[in-house]
Design a protein around this ligand. Structure first.
Ligand SMILES: CC(C)(COP(=O)(O)OP(=O)(O)OC[C@H]1O[C@@H](n2cnc3c(N)ncnc32)[C@H](O)[C@@H]1OP(=O)(O)O)[C@@H](O)C(=O)NCCC(=O)NCCS
Length: 188
């Protein structure tokens, strides 16, 4: 199943494609964008290309799940994801997905991540029959936490991971947010 094109009130969400490579390189090499991801370090061009390829591959694991490039008119503003989650037994369940997003800083705080997140959850619950969507971020990533909350997700746990080269804020841990199907339906 090819990923569908999705529409929000202001944005068109196109399935992430090979031709988005330069968009991804620009996002991943921006220090503001990677402050709380990729160990807080801008990616090299080679690393960003590798990441892009991995995301494109992730789009093939579970029918309907993957990454979308968000466009405001003709302008790429970032991406949103409803990506597959690997279980302990190595399989990728079709009923659970991880919500993610990354927006170019000049478009921050205009409601775009919220708009993308809500549309991806609608698509996931209404069209794919998902039972649950989760999201994780560093506890100090206020923007990401607020976005998950604004999408109707609730904080379920804070956990601590050992990193070889921890970045500021690591000591506060990582947070996980969840929304299950019944909660989503109640919000509609
Ligand atoms: C996280 C991110 C996608 C948010 O994008 P955005 O388009 O600016 O978010 P929105 O404008 O839709 O705002 C969504 C909510 O977050 C809040 N918010 C946004 N930025 C915030 C900030 N820096 N601090 C606190 N709250 C913030 C908004 O007020 C809004 O909450 P509300 O609906 O209760 O008012 C963006 O900051 C980003 O790309 N960051 C870098 C990548 C990243 O960290 N991704 C998440 C990794 S897990």
């Amino acid at each position: 199943m090819a990923l569908p094109t999705l529409q929000t009130s202001r944005l068109q969400l196109n399935p992430l494609a090979e031709h988005n490579r330069d968009n991804i390189i620009a996002l991943d090499s921006d220090p503001q964008v990677v402050k709380y991801v990729h160990n807080g370090r801008p990616l090299t061009q080679e690393e960003a290309i590798q990441d892009h390829q991995e995301r494109l591959s992730a789009c093939k694991q579970v029918p309907g799940l993957g990454y979308w490039a968000a466009y405001l008119g003709d302008v790429f503003i970032g991406w949103g994801a409803l990506s597959p989650i690997q279980s302990n037994d190595g399989t990728f369940p079709a009923t659970k997905a991880e919500l993610g997003y990354r927006i170019s800083p000049r478009f921050w705080r205009q409601g775009y991540a919220k708009e993308i997140g809500r549309e991806l959850l609608r698509y996931g619950f209404d069209e794919l029959g998902l039972m649950e969507a989760v999201g994780q971020t560093m506890a100090v990533n206020e923007a990401s936490r607020a976005t998950m909350k604004a999408c109707g997700m609730r904080h379920v746990r804070t956990f601590y991971t050992e990193f070889e080269d921890p970045i500021p804020g690591t000591e506060e841990g990582e947070v996980e947010y969840i929304i299950i199907r019944e909660e989503w339906l109640k919000l509609q």
